[in-house]
Design a protein around this ligand. Sequence first.
Ligand code: NAD
Ligand code: TYD
Length: 335
Amino acid sequence: MKLLVTGGAGFIGSAFVRLVLGGDAHTVVNLDKLTYAGNLENLASVEGNPGYRFVRGDCADHGLLDQVMDEGKPDAIVHFAAESHVDRSILSPQPVFDSNLGGSFGMLEAARRHGISRYVHVSTDEVYGSIDEPHEADENYPLRASSPYSASKAGSDLLALSYHTTYKLPIMVTRASNNYGPYQFPEKLIPLMISNALEDKPLPIYGDGMQVRDWLYVDDHCRAILAVLENGRPGEVYNIGGTCSLPNLTVVRQILAGTGKPESLMKTVTDRPGHDRRYALTSGKVMRETGWSPLVPFEQGMRETIDWYREHQDWVRRVKTGAYRDYYERNYAGR
Ligand code: NAD
Ligand code: TYD
């Protein structure tokens, strides 16, 4: 298939582009706005691949989308592009609204105008909100988003599904748990803690650190998205979890052990407003329907991730720009 991938210069999108171009079944046009989180360095290994083309642009730019669709005539769209960080969505909700709702709307409208044979809308388990023990969300669980980020993702999921119900577009929605792995921007828990630990900086723990997330290695997530793209049923939602639920403190202690740094680097800070206590989901449907299951155990994924950040400190230095330091100051100072 000729794929139009959006957000392919980000963390998960770039892993997906590298995965797809590692085989010979699909070609890729990557449409990315290159926000602070977009980085073409993540795609250095596919530059020059004849099956790959990059277009810089915004998913909310309908005129540009017409041009990209006319030129590339893609068979399928995989829509990753989004503002993806909860803390930034709390500090500045406007870009979240513009990209996650406006950008998703732009892509759906482009698919409606030009026709498309497959469309994966990439979403998150955060749309289900905080879930009490011992419950787990299946795909029919109510949407109870808490942050501007998760609310924008829930809204765009519903919009995407409405394009299947109303216009019969072949839309599939995936909802994955927390990803980790190489090339993740150092604002999310795992890359922030690894990069701070390697620099002997404090590791800011929100509240009591007992919030639970289900960790999924990024390459496992990308294989699941490819499985849904190729074998999923239009109009369906697919949860994708790592089957690895851990409290934040356990994750951070593992990072300190893996980097050989002392626990005294951990620093409790004021909790995130509206902080979801626990995410939990079942992935039985995607496993049954596509045969996918996660392959990378957490200990192995974490070891590889720590090694990657240790070996790519230049990459980290380059993304920790002045704008990153401003964000860090806004989010963490006086907390
Ligand atoms: P990221 O922040 O690393 O990358 C986002 C990419 O989208 C960047 O390259 C950015 O430049 C691009 N982008 C943002 N707005 C755009 C716009 N309007 N037009 C074009 N490009 C735009 O994000 P990520 O962590 O790779 O997440 C990718 C997708 O997966 C998102 O939809 C996110 O909601 C979803 N998701 C993420 C996780 C996670 O743990 N990171 C888990 C589940 C689902
Ligand atoms: P994050 O990586 O932002 O993902 P999400 O909030 O989308 O699940 O955060 C994961 C967990 O780690 C969440 O419970 C918040 C917590 N956290 C901290 O304790 N300190 C931090 O500096 C960050 C960024 C997150």
